[in-house]
Each structure stands twice: as structure tokens, then as C-alpha cells.
Design a protein around this ligand. Structure first.
Ligand SMILES: *Cc1c(COP(=O)(O)O)cnc(C)c1O
Length: 500
């Protein structure tokens, strides 16, 4: 490969003549571009399916895909990152097992240390960051600012705790996460971690964090103290690329088990919030994975369903707290990367849309972009439908879904009814049912309202015969270390308080 054809990264908002090209190391360290845009690769490398890939391990596949994107990392650096990330932290030897029922397969992305799919990327992001910092000779301490709707926070804390040269600060909506999610975060150990509840929702947390990234005065003040910010949210390109790997892995597994033949098109259904997971599937398709339709599943915060159906993104609506809290989001950050792709990398168009969103709380995409959006199908499920779906699938197949994956399965079922499209479908199974024990037990009809989620974990296990995952065994007995709650307007003060 010649140097000029190598992949670089630039902002979704940087017009061609003003483009600052970044290496992967620059992009992963910065987290977000100076102009507020998100880093995107200069092109999608081709990664065709070959017979030789069929017996490739998860780690080998990851190395091969990263070597296409991390063009400033050596093969050895990539290998070290991958081997440190995808090891015995995962309770399944093949990392992401597949469960097939007729025309649908669930790829279980929740066998990492915090029981949600966020582990897939956050197990490796710390190694990407450490490698990037050492390559660029960065001496500053890196401060990872993280907003979470519940799962990112814990996965980032696990990934970054006790790492030299890094501090991590997590903000979560104090009334917007499940009991298990909250306890997982408030009991986090480590000498470099801060966990803060905010009286607000995920969008408030994410906006507060994004504003700090763009606050030059704050950055300069902290630079004097040898701190620099980076992000563990899916705005960081280092979160997105690791998620491409499991779509390839799952596809190859479908071929291995004989469910499809190599080259067959599949559909992909993803329970969606910040649009990171489904965007990784889109990137996989751009690289050559045969995907027909992207089915984007939402809960009653169905701003993405409306967007896919109308081409209008409108955030003037009520924010609902649901039983799938990791999808309670109205400002879906990674959609910006899709807009960039759909507009043929037209940064001025992305700028126009993002300015509209900021000033008018809405934007409308062009007809041309709308046409390209037709590979996406959008739908949503209410909480009642979500719980019914958990019950129905459990009765039919003895297979237990968490609330987010149940949203996906419901929307997938609607899609098949509506279109008659029986293409084999891969559903991203994003969390262990035990993380949302209260809601899942309600779905099965065994929640009498007199037990907390920790008691319900045991009741669920007894009822289903499914073992309680190690990472949350005795979670309720652990000591709470982080109990602070602040106003949604006080994020910056809190960061200054922690760091200065
Ligand atoms: C984060 C999360 C989602 C949403 O994923 P995005 O990449 O933000 O769209 C869905 N389900 C679970 C369990 C999650 O933790």
C-alpha cells in the first residue's frame, strides 16, 4: 500500500480546504475534533470475505481489521492491544457467541466484565489510548470524561481503573439507570476514578461533557496542570472501530454453522441509542460485508424512527425514562457520522444540519440523502411491548432477553410482518438480562413488586436455571464508594474540583 492511500482521520465538519488530517493516534487522543465534529476515516478499506477467514479467531479478525484502520500503529502494537483486551475477561472462548432460532440469530455481545456490549470496545480503548499517548510522546495525564446512560460508565471504569497516567470521571443520570447499573458504578474501585450522579438525563450529561471538550479556557487552565481531556464515549473513533469486528465475526459464524452461505445477504437489527453500534454495522457493509437492511430499533424515545421515516430530526419532544434506559437518548451523536457518509462526505452540509439542530432544535435532510437512508428501517417498542416480547420468546424458546434486545426483537418482528422480508437477520444482543433484573422479572410475571433488583436476580436464576454472571454475584454486598449527586449545570465545577 502506498502512503497516499493510507487512511487518515478528519472531522465531519471540516471542509476539504481547511481539513486537518489526523492520524488514528491523534484522533483517539482528542476524542472529538476542535470544530465540534467527529473524526471519520478518509475512506472505508475493503475487507472481503474469503474462505481462509472461516476459521479465524476473534482476536485474529480484530488484528486484521485494525491493521487496515490504525495505519500509524505497528503490527506489534496492534497485537499487544488486542491480546490484552480480548482475553479471559470474556466468559466465552469465542468472545461473542451466536444463538440461532430459525430465521434469526442473536449475537451475544455481553460476555465481558460489565455484561453489556460496551465492553467490546471499552476493553481495548484504554490500550489504544496508552499506545497513542506513548507514540506521540504525550507527557500530560489524560482525563477521560464520560457521560453514560448506564452501561458505558461501568465499562469505561473497568477498562481504565488503576491505569497509570489516566484519570476517569463518569457522569450518569442519577434517576435514569437500573439498580444494577447504578450499584456497578457506585461500588467501583480504583485510585483514579470519580463517579458522579447528575439530576438530569443522559442528554444533559452528554451535552455537559461535549461542552467541556470545546471549552478552550478550561482546556488551557488544565493544560497548565498537565492534564488533557479525552473521551470514552462513542464519539471517540476508538470506540467505533472495535465494533466492526463482531459483525464480521458473527457473519462468519453464521457461515460456519451452515445457517447461510458465504456471500448471502443478511439483515442486521440493533437496539439503538447513540447510533454507535448500528453505525459500526454500516461501516462493515461499506467494507464489503453483505448486509441488506439495517433495522434500527428504539424505545418510546423514537426520534430515530421518525428521522428514518421522514428525514426530519426534531428534538423538541419529551424525554421518557424507560425500561431500556441505555437507549433513553434524544441527541444521538453518531448520526452525524452517518450524515457525513450519506452526503458524500459533504462537511458544509453536515455543518448546516448541526447548526440547524443547535438553533432550531431540528434539521431536514435533502431528498438525495433521504433516498440513501432507505437501507435503514426504523421502528420502536413501548415498555409494555418490550416486557411482552421477553415473555413470548422465553415461552417459545426458553431464551431470555434483556429489555434492550427485546426492543430489537419486537421491531424486527414488526419489520418482517410489514415487509415479508425473510432474509436471515442478525440481532445485536446488547446486555445480559440480569443487568435489568427488575424489568425482565416483570416480563416473566415473577416480579411481585416486593423485591429489589438484587433479590430478583436470584429469583430469575431460580426460575430460569440460568447461572448468575460472575461480575454481579454479591454486587449488593459491595461497599458504595461514590455517592455524590450534582446539578446538571455543575459538571464543569465538579471537574475543576476533582482536578485542581
Ligand atoms: C449503549 C447501549 C445501547 C445503545 O447503543 P448505541 O451504540 O448507543 O446506539 C443499547 N443497548 C444497551 C444495553 C446499551 O448499553
Amino acid at each position: 500500500m502506498t502512503l497516499t492511500s493510507q487512511i487518515t482521520y478528519s472531522s465531519t465538519r471540516a471542509t476539504k480546504n481547511k481539513q486537518e488530517e489526523a492520524t488514528f493516534s491523534d484522533a483517539v487522543l482528542k476524542g472529538i475534533a476542535k470544530d465540534g465534529g467527529l473524526f471519520v476515516p478518509s475512506k472505508f478499506p475493503n475487507y472481503p470475505l474469503t474462505d481462509a477467514l472461516i476459521n479465524t479467531s476473534y482476536a485474529s479478525l480484530a488484528k486484521a481489521i485494525f491493521s487496515l484502520y490504525l495505519t500509524d500503529f505497528t503490527e506489534i502494537e496492534i497485537e499487544k492491544c488486542v491480546d490484552a483486551a480480548y482475553d479471559s475477561k470474556f466468559s466465552c472462548a469465542n468472545i461473542v457467541p451466536l444463538k440461532t432460532f430459525g430465521e434469526v440469530s442473536f449475537v451475544e455481545l455481553f460476555h465481558g466484565s460489565t455484561l453489556a456490549f460496551k465492553d467490546m470496545a471499552l476493553s481495548i480503548l484504554p490500550y489504544f489510548l496508552k499506545t497513542a499517548a506513548s507514540k506521540l510522546g504525550v507527557q500530560d495525564e489524560i482525563v477521560i470524561l464520560t457521560a453514560t446512560s448506564g452501561d458505558t460508565g461501568k465499562a469505561a471504569l473497568e477498562g481504565f481503573s488503576n491505569l497509570d497516567g489516566i484519570k476517569i470521571i463518569v457522569f450518569y443520570p442519577t434517576d435514569g439507570v437500573s439498580e444494577v447499573q447504578k450499584k456497578q458504578m457506585t461500588t467501583q474501585e480504583g485510585n483514579n476514578v470519580s463517579v458522579i450522579g447528575i439530576t438530569g438525563n443522559f442528554d444533559d450529561a452528554q451535552t455537559g461533557v461535549k461542552n467541556m471538550f470545546l471549552d478552550e479556557a478550561l482546556k488551557n487552565l488544565l493544560a497548565e496542570k498537565n492534564y488533557r481531556f479525552s473521551s470514552a464515549n462513542s464519539i471517540n473513533i476508538g470506540r467505533l472501530l472495535p465494533q466492526i469486528v463482531y459483525y464480521y465475526h458473527a457473519y462468519l459464524e453464521l457461515v460456519r454453522e451452515g445457517t447461510i452461505s458465504s456471500g448471502d445477504l443478511i439483515n442486521v437489527t440493533v437496539p439503538t441509542g447513540n447510533f454507535g453500534n448500528i453505525l459500526a454495522a454500516y461501516y462493515a457493509k461499506e467494507m464489503g460485508l453483505p448486509i441488506n437492511k439495517f433495522i434500527c430499533a428504539s424505545n418510546v424515545n423514537h426520534i430515530l424512527t421518525d428521522f428514518i421515516n421522514t428525514g426530519i430530526y426534531d428534538i423538541d419532544r419529551a424525554f421518557e425514562v424507560t425500561k431500556s434506559p441505555s437507549m433513553d437518548i434524544l441527541i444521538s451523536s453518531n448520526l452525524e457520522r452517518l450524515l457525513y457518509a450519506l452526503s458524500d462526505q459533504d462537511a458544509s452540509e453536515v455543518n448546516r444540519l448541526m447548526t440547524d439542530l443547535k438553533s432550531n432544535h431540528r434539521y431536514v435532510i435533502s431528498n438525495e440523502m433521504k433516498k440513501k437512508l432507505s437501507t435503514f428501517y426504523g421502528g420502536f417498542a413501548t415498555d409494555t411491548e418490550t416486557l411482552e416480547t421477553i415473555n413470548t420468546l422465553y415461552k417459545a424458546q426458553h431464551y431470555l432477553l434483556d429489555t434492550h434486545t427485546a426492543v430489537a426483537y419486537k421491531v424486527y418482528s414488526d419489520y418482517v410482518k410489514e415487509t415479508g422480508d425473510h432474509t436471515h437477520t442478525l440481532i445485536a444482543s446488547t446486555a445480559s438480562p440480569y443487568k435489568f433484573a427488575g424489568a425482565v422479572a416483570s416480563g416473566l410475571g415473577i416480579n411481585d413488586g416486593h423485591h429489589n433488583d438484587f433479590e430478583l436476580i436470584h429469583m430469575l436464576s431460580k426460575h430460569t436455571g440460568l447461572a448468575i454472571p460472575k461480575p454481579i454475584e454479591n454486587l449488593d454486598l459491595r461497599v458504595e464508594r461514590h455517592t455524590k449527586t450534582i446539578s446538571k449545570d455543575a459538571l464543569k465545577e465538579e471537574v475543576l474540583h476533582i482536578l485542581t
